[in-house]
Design a protein around this ligand. Structure first.
Ligand code: ADP
Ligand code: MG
Length: 500
């Protein structure tokens, strides 16, 4: 890198016309559009009955259709179409009543037919938008389309010397390719979009979202321009399969493009790959145009017809969407928008919260505990919510005991620790056996207070003379005498009225 262009130092310059623009990098506006391949979670392939399970022995899950043997014909998988409809509904898109499969022709060893079945002119899902928060700011990235297509096989280079292996297990796996308008203006916004999209597809259950296994792969189209200029030439970074690499790759690409333009070198449209080891992107091939693929409607497949009734039925079966659920949490539980957004990161988390809130009747406390103690431990131990050792009902019971003042917050943490480390007992028994019950009996507490005042007459006199700190000393003594079981707030109140 010749010049040092810092992508993190952004001068924000709002452009008045059109959609809001993002921060400028070294005087350039960054433009990003995404194409994402989400592998649909069907048991069998998009046009055949072969299994889509991941990790099988090479070429054990490719049937005659996937191998493109002569005389075979594709048969549409209804489950794949249903998932496309679900996606369209989740993002507020138009579901085309009639869409068309097309052949995308190219030659590659892992594509036995010599063409990929995709959708071109008329995709099944049209328009829609993905909405998310970037800090405080609400963003909306418009989608152009989402279309159904089949995946290709895989070429394996690593295990062979002087030759390549071909595994056709993945050939024919159903994909939904989701294409955005070039609406994103920074790598941070792009990653936030990708995370939101990932949340949507996993939430509605159409994709398992496993990025390592390639179930959710993003291609980032990146260009830069001086504000007010027409769109610059883009380069497409292929197959980003981690959010961390996504950000690194885009940031590198932005710097690379700006440096070349500054050096007077025009950007060539190209497809590039990101190398996580070097942190650099490298051109793979100059970009083909649509014309190179000689698209034409696939004569083996009739148009895909989706009735209004079918869409209606799918809508009726869909779970509440994360954004709708977050709005409900704000409305019904009085949570902040921020808390509600965090609690709707996954269905598992949202369910856990609702169960704890119901069990305790204390939504705000439940939210605090889940985002505090529970999340902290899950992260520290790299655990998934499915493996959480404290059930939502147990947490709810414990929160109930804080709310009714049976235990202090600190004592509750001890109970929580015990539950977390697997102590096989219910909340009330644990509070009892660990002697953590808060002392709420005013008479007993007053007796202790009187004793402590008598033994620390000097502090009492000083407090009466206006020294607030002297009160703290007395509270400390009383807490000690109660073996930590007194309620500090109650001690404070009683003490003040005693010394008034
Ligand atoms: P193709 O089908 O050849 O890949 P598209 O026109 O469908 O091309 O665009 C693919 C993606 O690139 C879309 O997400 C789109 O928003 C994005 N894109 C198009 N032009 C630009 C540009 N100048 N800069 C950044 N992204 C762009
Ligand atoms: Mg494309």
């Amino acid at each position: 890198m010749s010049k040092n262009i810092d992508v993190s130092v952004n001068t924000f310059e709002a452009q008045q016309q059109g959609r809001p623009t993002g921060p400028l990098v070294a005087g350039y506006e960054v433009i990003i559009g995404f194409e994402t391949h989400a592998q649909l979670s069907t048991q069998s392939k998009i046009f055949s009955r072969a299994s889509t399970a991941f990790g099988a022995e090479p070429n054990t899950q490719a049937c005659a259709v996937d191998l493109a043997l002569p005389g075979t014909l594709p048969v549409m998988n209804k489950g794949a179409v249903e998932r496309a409809i679900q996606f369209g509904l989740a993002i507020g898109a138009h579901i085309a009543p009639r869409s068309v499969f097309a052949r995308k022709n190219y030659f590659y060893p892992d594509l036995p037919k010599g063409y990929q079945i995709s959708q071109f002119e008329i995709p099944v899902v049209q328009g829609g938008a993905v909405e998310f928060f970037l800090g405080e700011e609400k963003k909306s990235v418009r989608l152009v389309r989402a279309h159904l297509e089949e995946d290709a096989g895989k070429s394996l280079h690593e295990d062979f010397i002087g030759q390549s292996g071909i595994d056709l297990n993945r050939a024919g796996t159903p994909l939904l390719e989701i294409v955005t308008e070039p609406d994103m203006r920074s790598s941070v916004e792009a990653v936030a979009y990708a995370k939101e999209l990932h949340k949507i597809v996993t939430w509605i259950g159409i994709c398992d979202g496993n990025m390592q296994e390639g179930s959710f792969r993003c291609d980032a189209n990146v260009s830069v321009r001086k504000p007010g200029q027409p769109l610059g030439t883009r380069r497409e970074i292929k197959n980003l399969n981690s959010f961390k690499f996504m950000q690194q790759a885009i940031d590198y690409e932005i710097r690379w493009q700006i440096e070349h333009i500054e050096d007077g070198i025009a950007i060539q449209q190209a497809t590039v790959l990101f190398n996580p080891d070097t942190g650099e992107t490298r051109a793979m091939r100059t970009k083909e145009d649509a014309a190179d693929y000689r698209y034409f409607p696939d004569p083996d497949l009739p148009p895909l017809v989706i009735s209004a009734q079918w869409v209606q039925d799918v809508r009726g079966q869909m779970a509440e969407l994360p954004r709708v659920m977050a709005e409900r949490f704000v409305r019904d539980y009085g949570l902040s928008e921020y808390d509600a957004t965090l609690l709707t990161q996954s269905q598992a988390l949202a369910r856990y919260f609702e169960a704890a809130a119901e069990a305790s009747g204390q939504a705000k406390l439940a939210s605090n505990w889940i985002m505090g103690e529970v999340s902290r431990r899950l992260n520290a131990q790299d655990l998934n919510l499915n493996a959480v050792p404290v059930s939502a009902v147990q947490l709810g019971a414990l929160i109930g005991r804080i709310a009714d003042k049976t235990v202090s917050n600190n004592a509750a943490k001890q109970v929580f620790d015990a539950l977390w480390s697997g102590e096989d007992s219910d909340v009330d028994t644990l509070i009892e056996s660990k002697g953590l019950k808060q002392m709420n009996d005013t008479g007993a507490l007053e007796a202790i207070i009187d004793e402590v005042i008598a033994a620390n007459a000097k502090n009492a006199t000083e407090f009466k003379a206006g020294n607030e700190k002297a009160l703290n000393a007395l509270v400390g003594q009383i807490m000690k005498a109660s073996k930590g079981k007194a309620n500090p707030q109650q001690v404070n109140d009683l003490l003040r009225s005693r010394l008034a």
